[in-house]
Design a protein around this ligand. Structure first.
Ligand code: ARG
Length: 613
């Protein structure tokens, strides 16, 4: 048990006490210990008596009394009370708080390794070759990165898997269209690819229906001829794409070389965006759809031979007992689908990467897809690990990014925003903000070199965008509102960055060395010190909980609460002008610990914590 986690210690103490008082087996007891919502009712509450008394048909206040009697709290607590119908309220002792703060200020900040028997696999980013990254990829990339960081921090083996969309007809269409235009593949940009992708899609939509409608409607000969030609061109483009796909699949050297070039161009930009975002994503993390190409036919065969898939009008489908919607795994023309690749990928991740938990950070609109894939995998048993246990498969579904008009975010001309354009704007806004503050002669940034101010500004802009995204429940849609995100006040990234930087500057002004501050004793006397300490002491638990429940928003909320608590402390407890040296040193120690926790928390969110802002 963590010696710096008051919640864990109270849970253990009350669990033993309840077992003693009731004779229940301690393993089956939930002692219902919670952080108290109101300091009037103590720091923590144990609410078990209410629940247990109902079942045992005894008076809850009496039961609370005997639980309290049987619970050994030692010097952890210096006051308890039984309140209302049978709540047990407890106040931690100042000595215990100081001791736990000392524990927390060790090198690992109270976060102990929590290894798992198997690896954690995180499907993140998921961009498509020849397409610009848009805001949806922002979410898949940064949420995935934070989940990975949290698990890594807990000492777990993590695989970051960028399931790049690099295979199949859409890519072949783009490839074919660029080849028809005789483009030089070595000088292409992602914008070129994106344009080719879109025109290829338009070209290839064969207009059979339009042609028939025109014939029925008796359109004039000119119009008919025009449509006829369009339709022929579309069919030709489609044919061309199909034959390009065959060449690609067959390993034709020239086609493969061009295809690799498309991937190269796409990845150069994706990795650059990841760098700007401060996300840990490299070439090493790319394992695209093409990686699974030789596993698609065997996947379909396995489903067919185990009787889980059957033929339906030439196609192969998997059906489920509880729903009408089948999962298509092979088209009538023999082509494989997105689902086929994902089935093969889950198998690989569980059986070859040893993934005990496979987490898909993907748009909520793909919920049905993952439900089908996961159910299919479980039916065929591909979720079985080498030790016979079953992997947990999770779809961490995220909502959409909306414009201030509450509609999906679009540019004024109605196009999708590219992620780069959005990030460039955020950086620009961050830079403006930081530059403006630096003109104030009392600001710590006054007189800094422009290049330094720019890099702080970039950290603020990117921090603002990332925090706003991570701070809300992933499944919810949110409004992309740079004005709100970038404010130094409110529940924003810059607010937390600023709290951190202000502490850094305070410590700097104290003239004390880091070692002296680190060696000082904690002393908790004021309510604001107590409140801040209790917020800090929750940090290790929050990190573990955010990782286990895939909830970056819980870490954000905890950091925001700490920043607010620090500001309350700073207002009511003078640090440099403290009544005496010992109090000054204790408050510096508390400030230093707060700074470290904020820096660590921001780093787990992949957000920079500048020392000056
Ligand atoms: N490329 C897909 C898209 O843009 C996302 C991939 C998600 N990962 C997966 N294993 N299916 O929609």
């Amino acid at each position: 048990m963590k010696s710096c986690d008051p919640l864990a210690q109270l849970i253990a103490a009350f669990r033993a006490g309840i077992a003693k008082a009731t004779g229940c087996d301690s393993g089956s007891i939930d002692p219902q210990v919670k952080v108290s919502g109101d300091p009037k009712h103590g720091d923590f509450q144990c609410n078990a008596a209410l629940v247990l008394a109902r079942a045992a048909k005894v008076n809850p206040r009496d039961l609370a009394g005997s639980i309290l009697q049987a619970t050994e709290l030692g010097d952890l607590v210096d006051r308890t009370e039984i309140a209302g119908p049978g709540f047990i309220n407890v106040w931690l002792s100042a000595t215990a708080i100081a001791r736990m703060l000392r524990e927390l200020s060790g090198p690992s900040l109270g976060i102990e390794p929590a290894p798992l028997p198997h690896a954690v696999v995180i499907d993140l980013c998921g961009v498509n070759v020849a397409k610009q990254m848009h805001v949806g990829h922002l979410r898949a990339t940064i949420i995935g990165d934070v989940i990975a960081r949290l698990h890594e921090r807990l000492g777990r083996k993590v695989w970051r898997e960028n399931h790049l969309g690099d295979w199949g007809l859409p890519i072949a269409m783009t490839l074919a269209s660029l080849r028809r235009q005789r483009r030089d593949f070595r000088s292409l940009t992602l914008d070129d690819l994106n344009a080719a992708y879109r025109s290829a899609q338009l070209e290839a939509t064969s207009d059979q229906a339009g042609l028939q409608a025109a014939q029925v409607a008796g359109a004039g000969p000119h119009r008919l001829a025009e449509l006829e030609l369009q339709n022929q061109l579309a069919c030709a483009a489609e044919q061309d794409a199909k034959s390009t796909l065959l060449k690609l699949q067959g390993g034709d050297a020239a086609t493969v070389a061009d295809w690799k070039q498309l991937i190269e161009v796409t990845m150069t930009e994706v990795l650059e965006t990841a760098r700007v975002l401060g996300v840990h994503l490299t070439d090493q993390h790319s394992r695209g759809e093409s990686f699974f190409r030789d596993r698609l036919a065997p996947t379909v065969d396995a489903f067919v031979s185990s009787g889980l898939a059957k033929e339906d009008a030439g196609a192969i489908v998997v059906t489920f007992a509880d729903r009408e919607r089948p999962m298509l795994i092979r088209k009538a023309d023999g082509g494989f689908l997105y689902a086929t690749t994902d089935l093969a990928a889950v198998r690989f991740r569980v059986q070859e990467l040893d993934g005990g938990h496979v987490i898909y950070v993907v748009d909520a609109r793909q919920r049905d897809h993952f439900k089908d894939v996961f159910d299919g995998v479980r039916m065929i048993g591909w979720d079985t690990l080498s030790d016979g246990t079953h992997a947990t498969l999770s779809h961490l579904a995220f909502g959409s990014v909306l414009g201030t008009d509450k509609r999906p975010l679009k540019t004024r001309s109605g196009e999708n925003f590219t992620l780069r354009a959005l990030l460039d704007e955020a950086i620009e806004r961050g830079v403006q903000q930081v530059m403006r503050r630096a003109t104030d002669p009392t600001s710590t940034t006054h007189g800094m070199a422009e290049s330094e101010l720019r890099s702080i500004g970039a950290a603020v802009g990117i921090g603002a965008v990332k925090y706003a995204d991570l701070a809300c429940d992933p499944v919810r849609d949110y409004v992309f509102d740079l004005d709100r995100m970038i404010a130094f006040e409110g529940d924003t990234g810059p607010y937390i960055q600023y709290a951190h930087a202000r502490i850094a500057s305070l410590l700097n002004r104290s003239g004390q060395s880091a070692e002296a501050i680190a060696a000082a004793d904690f002393a908790i006397t004021e309510p604001a010190e107590r409140h801040l300490s209790l917020c800090l002491l929750q940090f290790p638990h929050v990190v573990l909980n955010a990782a286990e429940t895939l909830s970056p928003q819980r870490l954000c909320a905890a950091l925001h609460e700490i920043a607010i608590a620090y500001s309350g402390f700073y207002q009511s407890c003078p640090v440099l002008k403290a009544p005496d040296q010992a109090v000054c040193r204790a408050r510096l120690a508390l400030s230093r610990l707060t700074q470290r926790v904020l820096a660590e928390g921001l780093s787990l969110l992949g957000i920079h914590a500048p020392l000056r802002m």
